[in-house]
Design a protein around this ligand. Structure first.
Ligand code: ADE
Length: 250
């Protein structure tokens, strides 16, 4: 998969050299390139922003550097044989970023991220590129960040771990909270490992029983408990047929 990020703070994306995403890059599973938007400016101050039409506080990112940057990156990708790019525009005004959207994006070959600072990017940039490729305006939550870079880190990590061969154990995302499957729509419950006793705290006995059916039942009960406590909205959204008789006895 190819990923391009255009930003005025390339150093903000340095965590993408670490851990899972860093290893996927080193293995060649991810071709991830971070670009400095200011390298597509031509004035002495490398200006990327200007005052908003219509007035109001803050500054708006200018069309020209974004247009030049995106044209050059697109030409480079096409030349390298990558096709069907999608533009990912992080913004608090976007659609919610969900596991479902992460799965969808992980199936695309090429994502180009345009994290903005200030009050955002002149709308004409999105409108222009929307005529050439799918555009996903995404929000990572109902709060306002100082810029879209942290959202790029979030989306990239959520997408990269879904790529074939990136997570060591393909089964590790089977039971993820929000993953489709047996626990569809429920949050994951608690997990435990050695030692068997820590500060007088033991392990739930059922986990030591070796009884797979009982363990599965316990995990489901814990998932239901946690989801009811932390995300009652998710329980309400589940279809009634998602619950069995034992669920209702809880
Ligand atoms: N930029 C600023 N806030 C954001 C958010 N919540 N999601 C995505 N991009 C953002």
């Amino acid at each position: 998969m190819r990923l391009d990020v255009v930003t005025i703070f390339p150093e903000y994306l340095e965590p993408l050299n670490v851990s899972l995403v860093g290893k996927a890059r080193a293995r060649g599973q991810l071709n991830l390139q971070v670009h400095d938007l200011r390298s597509w400016t031509h004035d002495r101050h490398n200006t990327v922003d200007d005052t908003p039409y219509g007035g109001g506080p803050g500054m708006v990112m200018k069309t020209e550097p974004w247009g030049e940057a995106l044209d050059e990156i697109l030409a480079d990708g096409y030349e390298a044989g990558v096709h069907t790019p999608a533009l990912i525009v992080p913004t608090p005004s976007g659609r919610p970023f969900t596991q479902e959207l992460a799965v969808h994006l992980s199936e695309r070959p090429w994502l180009i991220f345009t994290p903005a600072r200030y009050e955002g990017i002149d709308r004409r940039v999105v409108d222009e590129y929307a005529t050439r490729m799918p555009v996903y305006e995404v929000s990572i939550g109902d709060y306002v960040l100082a810029g879209g870079e942290a959202a790029v880190l979030v989306v990239t990590e959520a997408v990269a771990r879904l790529l074939p061969g990136v997570l060591g154990n393909a089964e590790s995302h089977r039971d993820d909270s929000f993953a489709p499957g047996a626990m569809a729509g429920l949050l994951e419950g608690p997990v435990h490992t050695k030692p068997p006793v820590w500060r007088s705290r033991g392990i739930p006995e059922v986990l030591l029983s070796g009884h797979h059916g009982k363990i599965a039942r316990w995990r489901r009960d814990e998932a239901l408990r946690r989801t009811t406590a932390n995300r009652p909205d998710l329980i309400e959204r589940c279809e009634p047929k998602a619950f069995d008789k034992k669920d209702r006895e809880m």
